[in-house]
Ligand binder design. Structure first.
Ligand SMILES: CC(C)(COP(=O)(O)OP(=O)(O)OC[C@H]1O[C@@H](n2cnc3c(N)ncnc32)[C@H](O)[C@@H]1OP(=O)(O)O)[C@@H](O)C(=O)NCCC(=O)NCCS
Length: 175
């Protein structure tokens, strides 16, 4: 297991199977899935399978989404992190992407931005990626705001799975 990352208020660590209840609270909420194709999960077994799938990515690809936990209470807030994407999206293939998803009651406290900053540093300094990418539904104002706060540059809009998406890029200043 990789060493967790600590920020001012958060612990970022690899997902474990005991995060399943938190993942279920996160992914069973239709509001969370509004800009994600709107297919909330129906039972906790789906969340267990998702965690297993992410753990397999850690093994196969060396990275994947991590749990975001509140330092003060040890509460599971959601996930963020760097995923290696092997399928083709917006003419890119085999690229590193940043993402985030939080339980609704924890929105609006700056957690996505705080975790996102730490993962940008991790991607550039530890994984040593040349560039990070992100994409979001064009209407997902919250997600776009976070990307801009993290220093990402809007590149283009494109259609993906019948939705209008926006594509962002951040180059590693050290490469
Ligand atoms: C999008 C999401 C991750 C934001 O998380 P968060 O922790 O509330 O974000 P932050 O508090 O760090 O907010 C960052 C900025 O975005 C703004 N913001 C957040 N949600 C917003 C919304 N729905 N509309 C407009 N602005 C929004 C915040 O006001 C903040 O700006 P500020 O610092 O100028 O005030 C969260 O709402 C979420 O999990 N949504 C569902 C999953 C999702 O859409 N993930 C992204 C897929 S691409």
């Amino acid at each position: 297991m990789k060493e967790p990352i600590e920020t001012e208020r958060l612990i970022l660590r690899e997902l474990v199977l005991s995060d399943a209840d938190g993942m279920f609270e996160l992914d069973s909420n239709p509001n969370v899935h509004l800009f994600l194709g709107n297919k909330p999960v129906k039972n906790v077994e789906q969340s267990v399978d998702q965690i297993k799938n992410i753990q397999q990515q850690y093994k196969d690809l060396g990275t994947g989404r991590w749990a975001v936990v509140l330092k003060e209470t040890n509460e599971f807030l959601g996930w963020s992190g760097i995923k290696f994407i092997t399928n083709e999206i917006n003419n890119h293939k085999d690229f590193y992407e940043i993402g985030y998803r939080f339980i609704e009651k924890h929105w609006g406290k700056g957690y996505a931005t705080e975790a996102g900053k730490a993962f940008v540093d991790y991607a550039f300094d530890v994984i040593k990626v040349d560039a990070l990418y992100a994409y979001a539904d064009a209407g997902n104002e919250g997600s776009r705001k976070i990307l801009e706060k993290l220093g990402f540059r809007y590149v283009n809009s494109f259609e993906y799975e019948e939705e209008l998406e926006v594509w962002y890029e951040l180059k590693n200043p050290n490469s």
